[in-house]
Design a protein around this ligand. Structure first.
Ligand SMILES: *Cc1c(COP(=O)(O)O)cnc(C)c1O
Length: 404
C-alpha cells in the first residue's frame, strides 16, 4: 500500500476512537466512481451509506454549497434565513399534504424529534409508549436506540430509555395486541434498511394506518434511508400509498452535507410549541442550499425515473444470477435499495467485491446491500452485475474449499 494509506491508517489508529474498522482509503469521488490513493477506480454501490444519491460531488450541489458558503453559512434559528423556509415549502409540496418541517442534523436527531412529538402528543392524554419493529434501525442516541429493534446495539448502555416496545415487522395481529391504552405512536421503516432490506407489505401498512386512525395513535415513518428517492419516489410513503402522521429524513437529503429533518402533518403541527424543541445547526443555510439543489435535481433530471428503471434492471438480472447459487436465499428490495440475502454472513462476499473494485455494504449479518447513487446508468448497472456474478462464483469456490 502507498505511503498516504500507511500514514493515514497509522494516525487513525492512534487518535480516532476505535468504533469503526475501515479497510479502504478513498481520496476522490465523481458520480458513481471513487478513487483510492493509488488512483485505482471503484464503482460505488454504497453511496456512503445511501447518502450520495446524486453521486459524488454533483456539480450543481457543489455549486450551491460553494455559493452559499460565500454568502451566509450560519445565523442560528433565532433569525430568518432565506433558504430554510423555501426548502420546507419544497418538501411539504412534494409530500403532497399540508404539513410543516423541523430541521436538524442527522437521522437519529430527526427520529428523536419525532419521538418527542409523539410523547408530547400522547402525554396530553396520559399515553407515552411507542411501538417499533424488531430488526428496525432508528439511530444511536439513547432514545432512538430504545426504539431500534436490535438488542445488541443497546448492550452496555443501560439503563434503557423506557417507553418503547418492539413487535415483529409485517405482523399485524401482534401489533394490534401491542396497542395498549398507553401507546401514543407506532414507528417503522417502510423498507427496513440496516435490518436487511426488507420492504413492508403494502396491505400491512394500510392496516397499520387504519388502526392508528382508530386508536388516535401517531404513525411515524422513518424515511432516513428509504426516503429521498431511494426506492423510486421522493418519499417512501408515496411508493406504498399510505400517508404517515410524521416522517423523518436525513442521509441523502443534502447529498452528503450533514442534515436531517422531520415533516409533520398539519393536524399535529401545533404539538411542538414555541421553545419545546430546538437545534443550533438545524436548517443552517449551507445545508439547506445543498438540500434545495437535491430537490431541484429530482424535479429536473429524471432521477426518480432512472432509479426505478435501473432498480428493475438490477433486480431482474441479480435474481437470475442468484438462482444459480444455493447459498443465496433471495434478492429483494425496491428501487435502488436492493438486498442479496445469503444463508451465511455477507461480509466475505463484500470483501471479494471490493477486491474487484465494487463498493457495497452489508445489512444485518447475512444481507449484501446495494444502494448505489440514483444516477447510475445502464453501463454502471451492467458492470456491477458482471462483478457480482464473478464475485458469487469466487465466493462459491471459497465455500467449497472451506468445506473440504
Ligand atoms: C442511518 C439511519 C438512521 C440514523 O441516522 P444517523 O444520521 O446515522 O443518525 C436512522 N434511521 C434509519 C432508517 C437509518 O437508516
Amino acid at each position: 500500500m502507498s505511503e498516504p494509506f500507511d500514514r493515514t491508517t497509522e494516525i487513525y489508529g492512534i487518535y480516532v476512537l476505535p468504533t469503526y474498522a475501515p479497510k479502504q482509503l478513498f481520496v476522490r469521488g465523481k458520480g458513481a466512481r471513487l478513487w483510492d490513493d493509488d488512483g485505482a477506480e471503484y464503482l460505488d454501490f454504497a453511496a456512503g451509506i445511501a447518502v450520495c444519491n446524486l453521486g459524488h460531488c454533483n456539480e450543481r450541489v457543489a455549486e450551491a454549497i460553494a455559493a452559499q458558503a460565500r454568502t451566509l453559512v450560519h445565523t442560528s434559528n433565532l433569525y430568518y434565513n432565506p433558504v430554510m423556509p423555501r426548502l420546507a415549502q419544497k418538501l411539504v409540496e412534494s409530500a403532497g399534504f399540508p404539513g410543516r418541517v423541523f430541521f436538524c442534523n442527522s437521522g437519529a436527531e430527526a427520529n428523536e424529534g419525532m419521538i418527542k412529538l409523539a410523547r408530547k402528543y400522547g402525554n396530553a392524554t396520559g399515553r407515552n409508549v411507542i411501538v417499533s419493529m424488531e430488526n428496525s434501525f432508528h439511530g444511536r442516541t439513547l432514545a432512538t436506540l430504545a426504539a431500534t429493534g436490535r438488542a445488541k446495539y443497546r448492550k452496555g448502555f443501560e439503563p434503557e430509555t423506557p417507553g418503547f416496545v418492539q413487535v415483529p415487522f409485517n405482523d399485524f395481529a401482534t401489533l394490534e395486541k401491542a396497542i395498549t391504552p398507553q401507546v401514543c405512536a407506532v414507528m417503522l421503516e417502510m423498507v427496513q434498511g440496516e435490518g436487511g432490506i426488507l420492504p413492508a407489505d403494502p396491505e400491512y401498512l394500510r392496516k397499520v394506518r387504519a388502526l392508528c386512525d382508530e386508536r388516535d395513535v401517531l404513525m411515524l415513518s422513518d424515511e432516513v434511508q428509504c426516503g429521498m428517492g431511494r426506492i423510486g419516489t421522493r418519499f417512501a410513503f408515496q411508493s406504498f400509498g399510505v400517508v404517515p402522521d410524521a416522517l423523518s429524513m436525513a442521509k441523502a437529503i443534502a447529498n452528503g452535507v450533514p442534515m436531517g429533518g422531520f415533516l409533520v402533518r398539519e393536524k399535529y403541527a401545533g404539538v411542538l410549541t414555541l421553545g419545546s424543541h430546538a437545534s443550533t445547526f438545524g436548517g443552517t443555510p449551507l445545508a439547506c442550499a445543498a438540500a434545495l439543489a437535491v430537490q431541484e435535481a429530482f424535479d429536473r433530471d429524471g432521477v426518480l425515473e432512472n432509479c426505478r428503471e435501473q432498480g428493475a434492471f438490477l433486480m431482474e438480472k441479480l435474481s437470475g444470477i442468484a438462482a444459480g447459487f444455493p447459498f443465496v436465499r433471495e434478492v429483494r428490495g425496491k428501487g435502488l435499495m436492493i438486498g442479496i440475502v445469503l444463508d451465511r454472513p455477507a461480509g466475505a462476499l463484500q470483501s471479494i467485491l471490493l477486491k474487484h473494485r465494487l463498493v457495497t455494504l452489508t445489512a444485518g449479518e447475512t444481507v449484501l446491500r446495494l444502494v448505489p447513487p440514483l444516477v447510475i446508468d445502464r453501463a454502471d448497472a451492467e458492470e456491477a452485475v458482471r462483478i457480482i456474478a464473478g464475485g458469487l462464483q469466487e465466493f462459491a469456490a471459497e465455500i467449497k474449499e472451506n468445506e473440504r
